[in-house]
Design a protein around this ligand. Structure first.
Ligand SMILES: [Fe+2]
Length: 203
């Protein structure tokens, strides 16, 4: 059966609908020049992605992991981790100067992740002999509860708090006025110059 023919509550149909929602938000972000609009899109996309990540990690991935295989699933886990780090930094407004760049990289990374899920993971998972609609109902119920009670703080948010705002080295170094290297190390003195200086020191 083609994916567009799947029942609305089929687990794979739910995941693909979520994918379409965030891809549309990424496109809107790229098209607008308004900072206020960009901020609204960031907030909405981060919420959508967090909800989606929880239902995948708690419900869908464990059901599919064995059949899909370790390599693809572990890669998906790592892509979620990277997305979660970027989302934790966006939540904390870390490196405000890099905020839009941070979201752009999140969007690029999520697009890549979605492509891999839709072309490799989901077709493989679809072969499973399980009740996909029951799984979908479970995912929707979890999503509803998260919307009502809030999304629990993940390990990446905790990690960011522990780093005390110092988790983003490239963004931090971009704001430094000069190189962190000591001046002497940027240009090694000529051999002769080194000799005459040490001779001076011993005098
Ligand atoms: Fe995913």
């Amino acid at each position: 059966m083609f994916d567009w023919m799947l029942p609305e509550k089929h687990a794979i149909a739910i995941l693909k609908k979520d994918h379409d929602t965030v891809k549309e938000l990424f496109e809107r972000f790229e098209k607008t020049d308004s900072s206020a609009e960009k901020e609204k899109i960031i907030a909405r996309a981060v919420d959508e992605l967090k909800l989606h990540a929880v239902i995948e990690e708690e419900i869908f991935y464990p059901s599919a992991r064995k059949h899909v295989g370790k390599d693809l699933m572990n890669e998906a886990d790592e892509e979620h981790h990277v997305a979660r780090v970027l989302m934790a930094e966006l939540d904390a407004n870390a490196a405000p100067d890099h905020r839009h760049a941070k979201f752009t990289v999140l969007a690029e990374s999520v697009r890549h992740h979605i492509k891999e899920e839709e072309t490799e993971m989901l077709p493989k998972a679809k072969e499973l002999d399980i009740n996909f609609e029951a799984l979908g109902q479970q995912m929707l119920a979890r999503k509803k509860a998260l919307k009502k009670n809030g999304i629990p703080r993940d390990a990446e948010h905790v990690m960011l708090v522990k780093a005390n705002g110092k988790s983003d080295s490239p963004a931090a170094s971009s704001t430094r006025k000069s190189s962190v290297l000591p001046k002497a190390a940027t240009k090694a003195p000529a051999a002769g110059a080194r000799k005459s200086r040490s001779a001076h020191a011993t005098r």
